[in-house]
Ligand binder design. Structure first.
Ligand SMILES: Cc1cc2nc3c(=O)[nH]c(=O)nc-3n(C[C@H](O)[C@H](O)[C@H](O)COP(=O)(O)O)c2cc1C
Length: 366
């Protein structure tokens, strides 16, 4: 879409046939409030998302595509009728406020834990421990060496993504975003330290990205053009997620392939740390690096505020900008940005767990 020269966070944006009211995107946040055995969204979720529906686009928390994908305590799913019904209440609340909402589809892979699977090992690209912590029902536990998925299990996982995408339609979402960022299953496949497979899903950049592209095909088969996005974080380095000389090559290849797909958007997280001296020093200005390489709608993420976001949009580096943490304490973030009101702070103790407190009790600006 040609961009007006004076675009800002408050300029509407046409995304996949949806008319977004502004370019402020609410980024996905796992908040651990699905505190019921079926991991279904509750009335609390309805209220939380309704309060934040003035964002041009809301992206839900990472939402499990299947029981095998689970890997964070009290995060919701999208694979049972009750979960679909719970999400339907969320989407209708957001729509009744005039907002748009995509479901973020997630599979935790090796950062899950046997506690989620009656003692069985979590599935992953290879049997390599990511060296991270898993937030289990019994608290934080060290990750274990997972089991390598068979080719058949990869195919059934791709099918699970497709089924969750159908469920997202049934639940009234406007689209889906594939969670291929942070430490979950898909970035594990993309990472040459965690994916040491020697079959068609490991080795070369084309092979490591294969599962991501297969999943996107499955999602697009359900949703059609303009309603499937993807989030990536090429520079993330935690635990066994090593940044190597393969990182840039892998993501360059992926971006090239994404250009061939009718995606709604690619959301890219930028690094908050200094990458000089690392294998990915060229990605320090991540958005500047990928902007000329990706031809579609680019959502920039990580560490933005009102001014830096307006600069990114005004200079056409990004089409939209997403905000995560600022939305926790500021349900009316769009208005605060528009009127240049001060932002409220939020309490990290209730980011990932708890009930209504620290979730739906942040007031709007007076
Ligand atoms: C509480 C919390 C939960 C998060 N959960 C997710 C998630 O489920 N999926 C995801 O892609 N990113 C998740 N993130 C990352 C954010 O979407 C975002 O990429 C990151 O916080 C940087 O944006 P910010 O600087 O605006 O907060 C989470 C971040 C926070 C603070």
């Amino acid at each position: 879409m040609p961009q007006p020269d004076d675009a800002s966070l408050f300029t509407p944006y046409a995304l996949g046939g949806l008319q977004l009211r502004n370019r402020v995107v609410m980024a996905s946040m796992t908040r651990g409030r699905a505190r019921n055995a079926e991991l279904a969204p509750t009335e609390l979720h309805v209220e939380y998302y309704r309060q934040r529906a003035t964002a041009g686009l809301v992206l839900t928390e990472g939402t499990w595509i299947s029981p095998r994908a689970i890997g964070f305590v009290n995060a919701p799913g999208l694979f049972t009728e009750r979960q679909i019904a719970g999400w339907r209440a969320v989407t209708s609340a957001v729509h009744s406020e005039g907002g748009a909402i995509f479901a973020q589809l997630a599979h935790s892979g090796a950062v899950s834990h046997p506690d989620f699977f009656d003692g069985e090992l979590p599935p992953a690209p290879s049997a390599v421990n990511p060296g991270l912590r898993s937030f289990t029902p019994g608290g934080f536990k060290d990750t274990v060496t997972p089991r390598a998925m068979s080719v058949e299990e990869i195919a059934s996982t791709v099918a699970d993504y497709g089924a969750a995408a159908k469920n997202a339609r049934e639940a009234g979402f406007d689209g889906v975003e594939l969670h291929a960022a942070t430490t979950y299953l898909l970035p594990e496949f993309l990472n040459s330290a965690l994916n040491i497979r020697e079959d068609g899903y490991g080795g070369s950049a084309a092979n490591r990205t294969r599962i991501v592209l297969e999943v996107l095909d499955a999602l697009i088969a359900v949703w059609g053009p303009g309603r499937v996005g993807i989030k990536i974080s090429p520079t993330l380095a935690v635990g066994g997620f090593e940044l190597t000389d393969k990182t840039i090559e892998t993501y360059d290849y992926l971006i090239g392939r994404l250009n061939e797909l009718p995606l709604s958007h690619v959301q890219i997280g930028r690094p908050m740390n200094d990458l000089s001296g690392t294998a990915v020093a060229a990605l320090q200005d991540t958005i500047g690096y990928y902007r000329p390489r990706f031809k579609g709608t680019l959502i920039a993420n990580s560490g933005f505020d009102r001014d830096s976001a307006n600069t990114a949009i005004g200079s056409k580096q990004a089409d939209l900008v997403s905000f995560a943490k600022p939305f926790i304490g500021n349900p009316d973030l769009v208005r605060r940005f528009r009127e240049d009101l001060p932002l409220a702070t939020s309490s990290p103790e209730t980011y990932y767990q708890g009930g209504a407190q620290g979730y739906v009790d942040y007031p709007t600006a007076i």
